[in-house]
Ligand binder design. Sequence first.
Ligand SMILES: *Cc1c(COP(=O)(O)O)cnc(C)c1O
Length: 428
Amino acid sequence: MSNYRIETTCVQGGYTPGNGEPRQIPIVQSTTFKYATSEDMGKLFDLEASGYFYTRLQNPTNDYVAAKLAALEGGTAAMLTSSGQAANFYAVFNIANCGDHVVASSTIYGGTYNLFAVTMKKMGIDFTFVSPDCSDEELEAAFRPNTKAVFGETIANPALTVLDIERFAKAAHAHGVPLIIDNTFATPVGCRPIEWGCDIVTHSTTKYMDGHGCAVGGAIIDSGRFDWMAHADKFPGLCTPDDSYHGITYAEKFGKEGAFITKCTAQLMRDFGSIQSPQNAFYLNLGLESLHVRMPRHCENGLAVASFLKGHPKISFVTYPGLEGDKYYELAQKYMPNGTCGVVSFGFKGGRKAAETFMKTLKLIAIETHVADARSCCLHPANATHRQMNDEELIACGITADLVRLSCGLESSADLIEDIKQALEAVE
Ligand SMILES: *Cc1c(COP(=O)(O)O)cnc(C)c1O
C-alpha cells in the first residue's frame, strides 16, 4: 500500500483480503489462539516466529489498523493502545527509566502534563518543560546528560500553539535522543511529523481519527529511523539483552525498523496491559476510512468560525493557527498548508460572566468535555476542566476566565455561525 496517496491509504491501508475473504476488516473477538503443538507456541513466546497467542499482546484486528496507521504516518511499525494517555506513557517509558530525564513542550495537553509532571515523576523520571517558542539557547539548556527524549504536540490541545518540529528534531538529534510528537490534533492528513525529522508519533485516536465520539483509543507509530545502536549507552533497554525475554537484544534482532514497537509490545503491553479492544479498533478503522474527507471540513468550519469571531465587537481575542495574523500562522502554513484543525478558542470583552451567558444560550453547539467530534461542542475551562483554579492560577497556565474552547464539527458552518451569533446577542 505504501505507494498510494494518503486518501487511498485512509480507505484501504493495512488490510488486503485474499480471495473469498471478508472485504471489511474482520473483528477477531477472541482472547486466545489455538496451536497443534507446544513447540509451535514456544516459538511465539521466544519471538522466534510471529503469530498470535493472546490478545493482550497482539490481535489481528488491531494489527490491521496499526498497519494502516503506520502507512498513514510513513512509519515502519505501529501499535494500538487503550487510550491516548496509555500511548504517551508507553512511548516515553519505553526509553526513559527511573533516573532519566525528558525535555517536553510546556503547552502539551493537561492530561499528558499531569502524567509527566506528577505520575511519571513519582517513578523517578524528571521532566523539563520548555515553551514551544523558547530560543535555541533555552532549548539547548534544557538537556542533561541523562536526557532520553524530547516530547511535543504538533498543535497543542487546547493551547493551539504550533511546534517547530524541524527545530526540535534537530536539537534532539544533536543530543542523540529521539523526538516524540503527539500528532492528535493535526492527524497525518494535516501533517506527517516523520517527514520533518520526528522519530516516534503518538495519537489519541479518540479525537479526529475516530471522529464520531465513539471509542477511546491511542496509537504509537515508529519512523524506524532512529539509530538506537549508535547511542547504545543511552538506551540499554533496546541495546542490551532483555532477561525477561530470553536475552533478546531488540535493536539487534528487530533493527531500527522494528525494535521500538516490539519492545513496547513485548514488555510494556505484556506488563501493563492497556490494550485496545478489537471492537474499538474496528470502530477506529471506520473513522480512518473517511479521515481525509472529514479533516478538510473540520478545518474549513474552524476557519469560518474563527474569521467570524475575529471581527465581532463582543470578542476580546481569537486563537486559531489557521487564521492570518495568529501568532502561529506562519508555522502552521509551513507544517499544515492544507489546514490545521477544527478547534478555536476565544475570549469575551465581558469576561467570565459573558462566557457563561454565551455557553448557556447556545442551541446547536453542545457543552461537552470533548473535541474533534463530528458534532460541534464547546467547553468553558474555568467552569469545567480548570474549575478548581482561581483567576490568577488560570492565567498562570495560559487560560483566562473568559476563554471558551469550541470544536467545530462537520455541520454547515452557516448554522454554526448563526448559533454563535444568537448566543452573542444574549451577552452583555
Ligand atoms: C485527548 C488527548 C490525549 C489523551 O487521550 P485519551 O484518548 O483521552 O486518553 C493526549 N493528547 C492529546 C493531544 C489529546 O488531545
